[in-house]
Design a protein around this ligand. Structure first.
Ligand code: WQD
Length: 346
């Protein structure tokens, strides 16, 4: 079965290509490489032995996107990752985020309707829950007002897909990621953040000497050690959940007005200091860090109830926090030896 993966050159996209190929799917990549590099597909090929056809088009250009589906008439599913995802940037550039993330989705849904593509898996985020009152978070936890334009594009995206699914045109699965971290155990693919936006790239770039010290954003939260608590989940476990979601749709010949949400988290919370301790334990590296003020918009604590993904999709995360830290470090070491060019973000 042939699957189109948008944003396939990105962090989760590239790991999902590997998992799909290893589970017998044929894949194509659709990515304008504004925040990624097609070079990452060489790593996918090194792992799987398969060349991935790449379409470097902007999904906001409907004609260009339609041409991909004209040239690939036997696509049965789409996994849609292509979106900007940096919370801080979305606050500074809301129009960029609303245009890019929503126009791309709208154009994709138009193609799904025009080319009669039955299955769609959408990349959503735990940030749709905002600052939850009750933990762990389930799929029934009410969505709070999104804390950033990025999170709002995910909330609006989910609503667009929910309304679209009522047309009976296709079947949709929405996957709400918690905090994806780590890298493929081969260290041939991983996350590329020249200017880190998230905790773990900051940790590995500090440990390798690219940054003087990690700043820990606050230690006066209501958690077991005062630092924020998150649900970290290995990117390869996240990737496999996409394969399981597609298999779920195909195996059960899901009816065409289906729209289901699944949390993708480990179900275990870890504080920033616990992540640092796991990194030092897993790598033997000592990490320089300092406690600084809180970061605006940070949620104190959030972690998932993953019961639904486990029981409906059969999803069983394999990697523990130490594995996440070890694989993230191995990827950072590889980047040091084999730097990958990355587009300058305007
Ligand atoms: C994690 C923790 C920081 C950097 C974001 C998106 C979310 C999802 C995951 C896409 C927080 C602390 C961080 C640093 C620190 N993305 N931290 N020093 O903000 O939980 O979630 O990524 O789906 O939508 O919002 O991730 O990695 O930025 O922060 O202390 O230098 O690490 O305060 O508690 P976040 P993060």
């Amino acid at each position: 079965m042939k699957i189109a993966v948008t944003g396939a050159c990105g962090y989760i996209g590239s790991h999902t290509l590997v998992d799909l190929i290893q589970h017998g799917f044929e894949v194509i990549s659709i990515d304008n490489n504004s925040r990624s590099t097609p070079e990452i597909l060489e790593g996918v090929t090194a792992i799987t032995g398969k060349i991935v056809p790449h379409y470097p088009i902007d999904m906001c250009q409907l004609d260009d996107l339609e041409q991909v589906f004209v040239q690939n008439p036997n696509i049965v599913g789409v996994i849609h990752f292509a979106a900007y995802k940096w919370v801080g940037e979305s606050v500074d550039k809301p129009l960029l985020y609303y245009h890019n993330n929503l126009q791309a989705l709208l154009n994709l849904l138009k193609c799904i309707q025009k080319f009669d593509i039955p299955y769609h898996v959408f990349s959503s985020s735990c940030s749709v829950y905002g600052n939850p009152d009750a933990l762990p978070v389930t799929e029934e936890t009410p969505l709070a007002l999104a804390e950033s334009p990025y999170a709002m594009t995910k909330q609006i995206g989910e609503r667009i897909i929910s309304d679209f699914s009522r047309l009976g045109v296709n079947a949709n699965v929405l996957l709400r990621y918690f905090n994806p971290v780590g890298a493929h155990p081969s260290a041939k693919i991983g996350e590329i953040q020249p200017i880190p936006q998230n905790l773990v790239p900051f940790i590995t770039q500090t440990a390798i000497g690219l940054r003087p010290a990690l700043s820990v954003f606050g230690n006066d939260y209501d958690t077991r050690d005062g630092t924020c608590l998150r649900d970290y989940i290995h990117v390869s476990d996240i990737a496999h959940a996409h394969t399981l979601a597609l298999q779920h749709l195909v195996k059960h010949q899901i009816q065409r007005n289906y729209c289901e949400v699944f949390n993708l988290g480990s179900g275990e919370g870890a504080t920033v200091l616990e992540v640092i301790a796991a990194f030092e334990r897993a790598t033997g590296e000592k990490l320089a860090y300092q406690i600084v003020d809180r970061r605006a918009g940070d949620v104190a604590k959030i972690y998932a109830n993953r019961h639904k993904a486990t029981h409906v999709l059969g999803w069983q995360p394999q990697y523990k926090l130490d594995d996440m830290m070890r694989t993230a470090w191995q990827w950072q070491l590889r980047l040091q030896e084999h730097p990958i060019d990355f587009p300058v973000i305007g």
